[in-house]
Design a protein around this ligand. Structure first.
Ligand code: ZN
Ligand code: ZN
Length: 169
């Protein structure tokens, strides 16, 4: 499956390349696309964050799937922050690297890839999974994000349209 990876705001090209490389292990053929600047109107001054839904709206599906990567800290209606957002069963996902940062580059990249795969799972129709080890487990803290696995559990795996053993490739 092809995946277009696009920066939303200022994202280093080498990070986009590293994400694409890591996602290739999931059978995703990534291509880095043109970036879009962060829209000022999506910023909520009191919250000091961007509204995730408005950023997601900018992710116009141009391929089978599009993943936007943004440095913007994001919030959603009832959540003070979100790592990412996607509409269930609809192409297009946005992931924020803001809260995933770590001095350890591998750890940082691992988190970004995990959250990216999680949001892509939503685009393929997967809801949150009750299996804590599954990449579709809901996480609203770095601890939870770090604790879950990078792959889909057996039952989620049946739904996704990609080959999903990232450890094998
Ligand atoms: Zn989710
Ligand atoms: Zn699962």
């Amino acid at each position: 499956m092809r995946l277009l990876v696009v920066p939303l705001g200022d994202v280093p090209r080498d990070l986009l390349a590293d994400i694409s490389h890591a996602l290739a292990k999931y059978g995703l053929r990534c291509q880095v696309g043109e970036g879009t600047p962060l829209p000022a109107e999506a910023f909520h001054p009191e919250r000091g964050k961007y509204r995730a839904e408005e950023l997601l709206r900018l992710v116009v599906p141009r391929e089978e799937a599009v993943l936007a990567v943004t440095p913007a800290d994001m919030y959603a209606d009832d959540l003070s922050f979100v790592f990412g957002l996607a509409n269930l069963g609809r192409p297009g996902a946005v992931v924020s690297v803001h809260r995933l940062r770590s001095p350890d580059r591998e750890r940082f990249l691992g988190r970004v890839v995990k959250e990216s795969v999680h949001e892509l799972g939503h685009t393929w129709g997967l809801p949150h999974c009750s299996n804590d080890a599954c990449v579709m487990a809901f996480s609203n803290s770095l601890e939870m994000a770090d604790a879950k696995g990078q792959d889909f559990c057996e039952s989620c795996r049946r739904v996704v349209p990609i080959a999903t053993d990232p450890t094998r490739a």
